[in-house]
Write a protein that binds this ligand. Sequence first.
Ligand code: AMP
Length: 196
Amino acid sequence: MLNLVLFGPPGAGKGTQSEKIIAQYKLVHLSTGDLLRSEIRAGTELGLRAKMLMDQGILVPDEVVIGMIENKLKENQAAAGFIFDGFPRTVPQAEALDRLLAQYNTRITVMVALVVNEEELTKRLLIRGQSSGRPDDQNEELIRRRVKEYNDKTAPVANYYESQGKFKAVDGIGGIEEIFQAICEKIETATSNVQG
Ligand code: AMP
């Protein structure tokens, strides 16, 4: 199996690159942000609670997103692999993911981090906000809070994978195709080194 964590701050291009990676490697896409937004649209209790936090740019509790990922892994046992997008966002989430994957005798193959500076992120998210309809993309203060959440709680996840020798950084500024090729190179190197 190929299990990829696509990592990076909000606005780094994870969604765009995920689509290309899925098409190339036939992976199941698991985006906790998308899963939470579909709970909101369905008007579930979980969605209502998550929305209050998401509208403030704050992370939802670990157990909520871990539970969602657990369900999706169970539903997709025949998958060729997964791309985790926007998850794990804390070290406890990364630890839980390792435990869940071990239950299926598999593991994370590689983490690819898209590196983009804060000014560029803010600019991209404000542009995305004009068409995405996402309330959390439309206000600069909220965007800066999301980037701060990322720096405080999510950036340490990179060290977690680094300590497992799985962290690979890619420059997230440039053409979509060029960035995609750089990601593919990291994946190819990791899969030629790792079995399973
Ligand atoms: P995203 O679409 O990945 O930018 O996520 C949008 C919002 O959903 C985030 O600002 C968080 O409030 C919430 N969220 C998404 N994924 C996670 C996660 N793995 N852990 C905690 N909160 C999350």
